[in-house]
Design a protein around this ligand. Structure first.
Ligand code: FPP
Length: 238
């Protein structure tokens, strides 16, 4: 039987406006190398650095990454504190370049309860980049889609509304002002959304990539976007 290879080329005129990424597989990547899970997160941070740069080069307007979920607190304390230390390290090493590249950093999720040093780094990143007009880089920290929906409902209740529109609801989401993600890429080979962008993902294309997040590089990123471009988006129409 002949083997058919499908070769796509990334169409630079059809780059998704909003790319969201579930950066999964850091722990498995580390384990396969006989290393601690935090080592995998550290390599994951390096992969993230390259993907942010490449998003900007490709002309993506919004990039949203899942760095820490509302459920990740269940992990061992060393791993949780290791991830927040990486956030501090990431801001210390990348903020100048992000700012030079006109990237606006935004945090989605309830970051009021994260460790103090991480909170300071977040504040610095937000303050430094708040007037930038380039790539909007949303980092999801202590984020959960369900928690975000409940928070939005509570905000609307506080306003005393008895009936609301989708636009009213969206105005209370952390992603207010961002278009819904065109594509959600998940590395690590698993087929689920894990409480990520629960409302916003209604019509997002899902691209599951087999490699672990620390292995995900700009050429795999382009390959994932080529898969996205091969999809026929109908939004419920024909
Ligand atoms: C999921 O992989 C990954 C995370 C929960 C953490 C993601 C964090 C980073 C990429 C680095 C930190 C960067 C910043 C900006 C904070 P997993 O641990 O669930 O992997 P597994 O499925 O193999 O166990």
């Amino acid at each position: 039987m002949p083997v058919v290879f499908m070769i796509f080329m990334l169409d630079k005129n059809n780059i998704p406006q909003h790319v969201a990424i579930i950066m999964d597989g850091n722990g498995r990547w580390a384990k396969e190398r006989g290393q601690m899970r935090v080592f995998g997160h550290n390599e994951g941070m390096n992969a993230l650095r390259e993907i942010v740069k490449h998003s900007d080069i490709l002309g993506v307007k919004y990039l949203t990454v899942y760095a820490f979920s509302t459920e990740n607190w269940k992990r061992p304390i060393e791993e949780v504190s290791g991830i927040f230390k990486l956030l501090v390290k990431y801001v210390a090493s990348e903020l100048d370049e992000l700012n030079r590249n006109n990237v606006m950093v935004n945090i989605i999720g309830d970051w009021s309860i994260i460790p103090e040093d991480a909170k300071k780094s977040v504040l610095k990143a937000l303050e430094t980049t708040k007037n930038n007009t380039g790539l909007v880089f949303n980092i999801a920290i202590n984020y959960g889609g369900r928690a975000e929906i409940i928070r939005a409902c509570n905000e609307l209740i506080k306003e005393g509304k008895d009936s609301i529109s989708e636009a009213d609801f969206e105005s209370k989401l952390y992603t207010n002002g961002c278009p819904d993600p065109d594509v959600i890429i998940r590395t690590g080979g698993e087929y689920r959304l894990s409480n990520f962008l629960t409302w916003q993902s209604a019509y997002s294309e899902l691209v599951i990539v087999d490699c672990y997040w620390p292995e995900f590089n700009p050429s795999q990123y382009e390959a994932a976007l080529e898969i996205y471009q091969s999809r026929n988006r109908r939004f419920g129409g024909l």
